[in-house]
Design a protein around this ligand. Structure first.
Ligand code: NAG
Ligand code: NAG
Ligand code: NAG
Ligand code: NAG
Ligand code: NAG
Ligand code: NAG
Ligand code: NAG
Ligand code: NAG
Ligand code: NAG
Ligand code: NAG
Ligand code: NAG
Ligand code: NAG
Length: 504
C-alpha cells in the first residue's frame, strides 16, 4: 500500500506539473468551469487529475458560485462554480473550443451540470448541447445534477462544445472533460455517428463506489448498481483477464468493475434490467440503442449457462452464454436496435445450467447521427483571423457556417450534400472596423458578396481580392481608404461581372 501511494504521488506530479497548454500528459483535458479568474487550476482530490479554469477555452459567459446552502464540503470542488450564459435569447449558442486534439481520433467528452441555485432564481433550466456541428443531447437539469457523455470521432484538431439556449432558461455548465480513446474501442462510434451514454453500470459494487481514473485508464465513470432484495453479490480479489489476449478487446472494462458481479438470490429467477426509449425530439427523432454486456465467471462451482433475450425475444442468434473463468467476455450489439418504448434485457439460465445467470457490467448508449459537416480548416482560420484582427463581437463562436441555423451574424454560407459548407457572403457593414483591409479575406475562396461599408478602414484595397473567382459584389462605401483600385478589379467592374461600391 505504501509503495502504491508513493507511485501515485509521483504520477500526480507528472500529470500536474509537466502539463502545458490545454492537454495534460495523459492527453486529458479537465476543465472546472466558472473558476475565479485568479485561479489557474488545482489537483482534484478524487482522481488526482489536474483541473484547469475555463478561461482559455471560451470568451463569453460569467462565473458564479453555487448559492451558500449547496456549498457543502461533501460536494467536490469541481462543482462549486459554474459558467452561465445569460442574456441570450432562444437560439443563442455559446461554445467552448478545445484545441491540440488528434484529428480523426475517438474521444470521450463529458459535461457536468449542478445548478445549486447559483442565480438565486431556483429555476432549473432546459437547454441543448452540440458537439462540433451536431446536436448531442438536451439537458434537463435536475436538482441532483446531470452528467452528459458522448463518444465521438473528432474530425479536426480542435473541437467545439456548444450550449444552446432553447428558450427554457439560461444555459450553464460546471465541468467539461475530454479523454482520448483508441480507435478500436467502441466500433459503433465513427465519423457519422456518436454514442450518447445512457448508463455504465458496475453490478455488485457498493453504493458509494464510482470507478473511474486511474482504475479506468480512459476515465470512464462506472456507477454502482446492486439490489439486495433480488440480487446477491459475487466478488473476487483474483485478477480477471481482459479478453485482450486475442488483440481485439474493444472495451476494456477495468479490473475492479469485473471483480464484482450479481446473480439472482432466487436461483430460478432471471436477471433483468430495463430502460425507456427517449422521448423523440426533433433533433433526434427516434434514437437507436447499442449496448455492451461484460461477463466473467467469478465462482466456477458448476455449470453456468444462460440465454440473453431482448423484450422477450432471443438475442445472440439463440445461442447461450457461458462466461469464462476469471476472463472477460463482452457481448454487444453490432448495429443500433430500435424498439418501441422500453428495452428489457433478460438473462435466463438454460435447462442444463446448475448455476443462475451472472453479469459484471453493462454499458448502454443511444446513437446520434454526426453527419453535419464543419467548414474547412482553411476557411475557419481565415474568418477567425478576421475576427481577431477586427475584434468582432457578435455571436462569432463555434463553427462559422454549421449547423445551418447557427451561422455567424453577417455571414452567408452555401451548403452542398456531403461536402463542407463555404462562406459566400460577409457583411461587416457599420461594425466599427479599423486598420487595413485584412489579407485573409482573399482566403475565403467562395466569397461572392463582401460588404465592408461604413467603417474606418485605411490603406488600399488589396490586389488579392481580384483573385476571388466568384466575387460579384464589393462595397467599401464610407471608409478612409486610399490608393488606386487594383486594375484586375476595375476590369471586372467594366465587363459587368462585379459591382464595386466605393465612395472614399
Ligand atoms: C466565489 O467564492 C469565492 C470564495 O468563496 C470568492 O472569492 C469569489 O469572488 C466568488 N465568486 C463570485 C463570482 O461571486
Ligand atoms: C482535498 O481534501 C483535503 C483533505 O480532505 C481538503 O482539505 C482539501 O480542501 C480538498 N481539496 C479540494 C480541492 O477539494
Ligand atoms: C424536464 O424535467 C421535468 C421534471 O422531470 C419535466 O417535468 C419537464 O417536462 C422536462 N422538460 C423538458 C423540456 O423535457
Ligand atoms: C429492487 O428490486 C425490487 C424488486 O424488483 C424493486 O421493487 C426495488 O425497487 C428494487 N430496489 C432498487 C433500489 O432498485
Ligand atoms: C481481430 O478482428 C479482426 C476482424 O474483426 C480479425 O480479422 C482478426 O483476426 C482478429 N484478431 C485476432 C488476434 O483475433
Ligand atoms: C423463484 O422464482 C421462481 C420463478 O420465477 C418462482 O416460481 C418461485 O416462486 C421463486 N421462489 C421464491 C422463494 O421466491
Ligand atoms: C479459475 O481460474 C483460477 C485462476 O487461473 C484457477 O486457479 C482455478 O482453478 C480456475 N477454476 C476453474 C474451475 O477452472
Ligand atoms: C423483462 O423480460 C422478462 C423475460 O422476457 C420478463 O420476465 C420480465 O417481466 C420483463 N420485465 C419488464 C420490466 O418488462
Ligand atoms: C431463434 O429461434 C426462433 C424460435 O425460437 C427461430 O424462429 C429463429 O429462426 C432462431 N434464430 C436463429 C438465428 O437461429
Ligand atoms: C443439455 O444437455 C443435453 C445432454 O448433454 C444436450 O443434449 C442438450 O443439447 C443440452 N441443452 C442445451 C440447451 O445446451
Ligand atoms: C449588410 O448589412 C446591412 C445592415 O446591417 C444592410 O443594410 C446591407 O444591405 C447588407 N449588405 C448586403 C450586401 O447584404
Ligand atoms: C471612425 O473613427 C472615428 C474616430 O476614431 C469615429 O468618430 C467614427 O465614428 C468612426 N466611424 C465609423 C464609421 O466607425
Amino acid at each position: 500500500m505504501a509503495a502504491r501511494r508513493w507511485l501515485l504521488l509521483l504520477f500526480v506530479g507528472l500529470a500536474g506539473g509537466g502539463a502545458h497548454g490545454q492537454v495534460d500528459n495523459l492527453g486529458f483535458v479537465s476543465i472546472d468551469c466558472g473558476l475565479p479568474e485568479n485561479v489557474v487550476g488545482y489537483v482534484d482530490n478524487d482522481t488526482k487529475l489536474r483541473y484547469v479554469s475555463d478561461m482559455g477555452f471560451i470568451d463569453t459567459g460569467t462565473n458564479h458560485n453555487l448559492s451558500a446552502e449547496y456549498l457543502k464540503p461533501s460536494i467536490g470542488r469541481i462543482w462549486h462554480t459554474v459558467r452561465s450564459f445569460a442574456g441570450g435569447s432562444a437560439g443563442a449558442r455559446s461554445c467552448y473550443t478545445v484545441r491540440s486534439l488528434v484529428s480523426g481520433l475517438k474521444y470521450l467528452v463529458r459535461a457536468g451540470f449542478i445548478y445549486g441555485n447559483y442565480d438565486g432564481l431556483n429555476r432549473l433550466p432546459v437547454f441543448d448541447l452540440h458537439i462540433g456541428v451536431n446536436y448531442w443531447q438536451t439537458i434537463n437539469v435536475s436538482v441532483a445534477g446531470v452528467m452528459a457523455e458522448i463518444i465521438t470521432v473528432v474530425p479536426g484538431d480542435s473541437m467545439h462544445m456548444c450550449l444552446v439556449n432553447t428558450g427554457s432558461g439560461t444555459p450553464f455548465i460546471s465541468s467539461l472533460d475530454v479523454r482520448p480513446l483508441e480507435n478500436k474501442f467502441y466500433p459503433h462510434a465513427d465519423e457519422s455517428q456518436g454514442l450518447v451514454l445512457v448508463s455504465r453500470t458496475n453490478f455488485g459494487a457498493s453504493d458509494t463506489t464510482f470507478v473511474r481514473y486511474p482504475e479506468d485508464r480512459f476515465d470512464r465513470i462506472w456507477s454502482p448498481w446492486s439490489n439486495s432484495t433480488i440480487w446477491s453479490v459475487i466478488s473476487t480479489t483474483e485478477k480477471v483477464q481482459n479478453s485482450a489476449t486475442n488483440g481485439n478487446d474493444t472495451f476494456e472494462p477495468p479490473l475492479p468493475v469485473m471483480q464484482t458481479a450479481i446473480t439472482p438470490i432466487n436461483s430460478s429467477s432471471p436477471i433483468d434490467f430495463t430502460w425507456d426509449a427517449q422521448a423523440s425530439t426533433t433533433n433526434n427523432p427516434k434514437p437507436g440503442y447499442v449496448w455492451m454486456l461484460h461477463f466473467a465467471e467469478l465462482q466456477p462451482t458448476g455449470v453456468r449457462q444462460f440465454y440473453i433475450s431482448l423484450n422477450g425475444k432471443s438475442w445472440l442468434m439463440n445461442g447461450s452464454c457461458t462466461p469464462n473463468n476469471l476472463s472477460t467476455t463482452t457481448l454487444y450489439s453490432t448495429k443500433p436496435v430500435y424498439a418501441s418504448n422500453q428495452y428489457n434485457i433478460s438473462l435466463d439460465a438454460t435447462v442444463n445450467s446448475t448455476l443462475p445467470p451472472i453479469i459484471n457490467a453493462a454499458e448502454i448508449y443511444s446513437v446520434i447521427p454526426t453527419t453535419n459537416i464543419a467548414t474547412t480548416v482553411q476557411e475557419v482560420s481565415a474568418i477567425s483571423a478576421i475576427r481577431e484582427k477586427y475584434r468582432v463581437k457578435k455571436n462569432w463562436m463555434g463553427d462559422p457556417c454549421a449547423p445551418k441555423n447557427f451561422v455567424w451574424n453577417g455571414l452567408r454560407c452555401s451548403y452542398a450534400a456531403s461536402s463542407p459548407p463555404t462562406v459566400t457572403g460577409l457583411n461587416l457593414s457599420s461594425s466599427g472596423l479599423s486598420g487595413n483591409v485584412s489579407s485573409s479575406l482573399a482566403s475565403l475562396r467562395g466569397l461572392q458578396y463582401l460588404d465592408l461599408s461604413h467603417n474606418n478602414l485605411t490603406g488600399s484595397i488589396p490586389e488579392s481580392l481580384s483573385q476571388l473567382p466568384s466575387l460579384v459584389f464589393l462595397d467599401f462605401t464610407t471608409n478612409q481608404l486610399s490608393g488606386s483600385i487594383p486594375s484586375a478589379l476595375l476590369k471586372r467592374t467594366q465587363d459587368g461581372s462585379l459591382t464595386l461600391k466605393l465612395i472614399w
